[in-house]
Design a protein around this ligand. Structure first.
Ligand SMILES: NC(=O)c1ccc[n+]([C@@H]2O[C@H](COP(=O)([O-])OP(=O)(O)OC[C@H]3O[C@@H](n4cnc5c(N)ncnc54)[C@H](OP(=O)(O)O)[C@@H]3O)[C@@H](O)[C@H]2O)c1
Length: 299
């Protein structure tokens, strides 16, 4: 499929929605099998405070869980909840046999130390995959929840038949939620990974030297417009992972004029985001399968 995004652009668009739908469709029979065996997957959600955007994200995830036949117990703590209140809820879900994944919606109010709270979560239920133990598992290639956005990016490239094995993938950013786990994931020895990964950051003054020679460039900096057309070569695949919000306005890392040079590119809106959410559910189902003793299908 070739979609034109502007008069000057011929880049193939890589929307995340069909990828997410394919991931969720593949989960459906696995959820049914688990449920029939008495292990219906459960994704618990926790919201602290009354931020309306966060409440909306939680509702959307609960609706999707219900649609998939999963349970989704929810706890809403008041905006003045203490660290102990949040950790007590996490402890409750850690102990709950019918909960396989726990999601604490970020951001939390300022009195909450989010990372410290995450540290109290059972790593096997950490569906964001960002617990230190899960980052260690990722580095060692051990089974466990995989950080959702990196997993979504791998799935997106695979879905659109963009091979990365043996090719140079340059990641702009080494942050702990995106760039660093993505580098670990895409350099693993698997058919949909196996890439020659280069990671650039503020310590690399001439980082465009690396992005220009890469076949796939993934922006993961959270700096609006950091990736410009002159930073890529004709035909490059560009994936926009980094975004910053100003109020409700989304400001992506990838300047939209990159579509005039790229061979394929994620859209400004609806690229990596939907795949991230699908991976949350995949992590929950895989956690339930591991707990039920069902072997994990080979990717
Ligand atoms: N789409 C999604 O669903 C999703 C999910 C997760 C994260 N994200 C987004 O992904 C982005 C990265 O997240 P993160 O937590 O990994 O970020 P982070 O910890 O803030 O890391 C940002 C990285 O970008 C690098 N960087 C910043 N400015 C740069 C510059 N001018 N030149 C070169 N490198 C630069 C930084 O380099 P140094 O290390 O040298 O400082 C750092 O490695 C954020 O925008 C976040 O919102 C999106």
């Amino acid at each position: 499929m070739t979609t034109t995004v502007s008069a000057a652009s011929t880049a193939r668009l890589l929307p995340g929605k069909p990828v997410a739908e394919a991931v969720l469709a593949e989960l459906a029979p696995r959820i049914a099998r688990l449920s029939e065996a008495g292990h219906r997957p459960g994704l618990a959600t926790v919201l602290v405070g009354d931020d309306s955007a966060s409440a909306g994200y939680i509702r959307m995830k609960q609706d999707k869980a219900a649609e998939l036949g999963m349970t989704s117990p929810h706890t809403h703590l008041p905006a003045d909840a203490t660290q102990a209140d949040l950790e007590a809820v996490i402890a409750k879900y850690n102990a709950a046999e019918d909960v396989h994944g726990i999601l604490v919606q970020h951001p939390t109010p300022p009195q909450i130390d989010f990372d410290a709270a995450m540290g109290t979560m059972d790593p096997d239920k950490d569906v964001d995959g960002l617990h230190p133990l899960n980052m260690g598992r990722l580095a060692l290639g051990m089974p466990g929840p995989i950080p959702c956005t990196p997993a979504g990016i791998e799935a997106l490239l695979a879905y659109y038949d963009i091979p990365i094995a043996g090719r140079e993938v340059c990641i702009l950013g080494r942050g702990t939620t995106l760039g660093r786990p993505l580098a670990l994931l895409l350099s693993q020895k698997r058919p949909t990974a196996n890439a020659a990964v280069t990671v650039v950051h503020t310590g690399v003054d001439d980082w465009p030297r690396y992005t220009r020679r890469a076949e796939v460039v993934i922006a993961a900096a959270g700096v609006p417009g950091i990736l410009q057309p002159e930073h890529i070569s004709a035909g490059t695949t560009v994936v926009g992972g980094g975004v910053r919000y100003e109020g409700r306005k989304l400001l992506p890392d990838v300047d939209e004029r990159c579509a005039e040079v790229a061979g394929a590119i994620t859209p400004r809106v609806g690229g990596v985001g939907p795949t991230t959410i699908a991976m949350l559910f995949r992590n929950t189902v895989e956690a339930a399968e591991r707990r039920a003793g069902v072997s994990r299908p080979v990717a």
